[in-house]
Design a protein around this ligand. Structure first.
Ligand SMILES: *Cc1c(COP(=O)(O)O)cnc(C)c1O
Length: 358
């Protein structure tokens, strides 16, 4: 007995997506990006489905420790680096690989008496202007790292700001990286999901796909990943809990932001923004009801949203509704609400029960 909303996680789809991505970059190793609680899918419920990965990438110590204590033996990469000099003891104890992006971190590594060297990812800023050393400093940073006893293997890391926008936005930053690192003998790790899918020239020794593992699109547009064999991992579903026969010209929901144009049959769904459904989704956002694509009407409320069932006579109280997932790409809903699938997947709230299927 529970409210009918649930998020169903398909671990077979997750394993399948990892295999698909791995096959696209046959020469590269794969960091499965599982930050943000595996993009909202639940790290504890997902990591085993990714067991064939070469490493896991994330950014919280809590999540890294969860994986190590569960017996994960692969490398674990901290994408955002470490936050305080004191964190290095924990990084060493749990054998984590850590991004290094700022001068203070070089000083902290220089001062740290490591018993076992720590593997580092030297982060290069290729124009994202978020984290990383500028290309003209990379060689000096590299030389410094090489002299530090606390530092073990060094990999060059960078992140593309516009990999989802076309080849022109890869060529220039990639050239910048190549010039800055030409003489450095080290593995490279540059590709996020978009670069992994579309730009093999960025693959090098390691790729770092995230959102594609979960079957969503790095561009925020579902059709862009249709050519690839990727399957949605999360399905958010609920049920119709009431039906209203409403005459023409009546307002629906808060603010009456939708007015019926004819007599309409309106279904009330147990799902609202307090479950993580975007309040910005306008009337007309698709919802899958009883095997048919229907449209929302009115403002999404905290606990409910409304859907037009006029052309869906089979739908009744108790009919299963898919908000996004296997039938309805999360990116389609995100686009309607002016966001990307990443945000919706990571926004499903605590009160939604999760179920795992395989
Ligand atoms: C989140 C993240 C990724 C994965 O990005 P996707 O677009 O989900 O593939 C890769 N690298 C870094 C540094 C990240 O923060």
């Amino acid at each position: 007995m529970s409210r009918p909303i649930r998020a169903t996680i398909n671990t077979t789809a997750l394993s399948h997506n990892l295999r698909t991505i791995t096959a696209l970059a046959p020469a590269a190793k794969v960091w499965s990006v599982v930050k943000a609680n595996a993009y909202g899918h639940g790290l504890a419920r997902c990591y085993q489905a990714l067991a064939s990965t070469d490493g896991y990438a994330l950014l919280n110590y809590e999540e890294a420790i969860l994986l190590r204590e569960a017996g994960v033996a692969q490398p674990i990469l901290l994408l955002e680096g470490f936050f305080k000099p004191n964190d290095l003891a924990l990084i060493e104890a749990y054998q984590l690989t850590v991004a290094v992006h700022s001068d203070w971190q070089l000083r902290a590594l220089a001062d740290y008496p490591a018993k076992k060297p720590i593997a580092v990812y030297l982060k290069i800023n290729n124009g994202m202007n978020r984290l990383g050393f500028s290309p003209d400093k990379v060689r000096t940073v590299w030389q410094t790292l090489k002299t530090l006893p606390a530092v073990g293997d060094i990999t060059l890391m960078s992140h593309f700001a516009r990999a989802d926008e076309g080849p022109a936005f890869i060529r220039e930053p990639l050239q910048r990286l190549e010039q800055a690192t030409a003489t450095l003998q080290a593995p490279r790790c540059y590709a996020n999901s978009a670069a992994s899918l579309w730009y093999p020239e960025t693959h090098h020794q390691w790729i770092r796909p995230g959102v594609v593992l979960y079957g969503a699109s790095p561009t925020g547009c579902a059709i862009d990943i249709e050519p690839f064999d990727l399957r949605p991992v999360m399905t958010l579903s609920s049920e119709i809990i009431a039906i209203q026969q409403v005459a023409a010209g009546e307002g629906i929901g808060y603010g009456h932001r939708y007015t019926t144009t004819t007599a309409q049959r309106i279904g009330i769904i147990a799902c609202g923004y307090a479950d993580g459904y975007p309040r910005h989704a306008p009337s007309g956002t698709p919802v899958w009801v009883a095997g048919k694509r229907c449209k929302t009407v009115g403002t999404v409320s905290m606990d409910m949203l409304m859907v037009d069932l006029t052309d869906c006579p089979d739908a009744t109280i108790g009919s299963v509704v898919e908000l996004w997932g296997a039938q309805l790409p999360v990116d389609t809903i995100a686009q309607a609400a002016g966001t990307v699938g990443y945000e919706l997947l990571t926004s499903v709230t605590q009160r939604v029960p999760f179920t795992v299927i395989s």
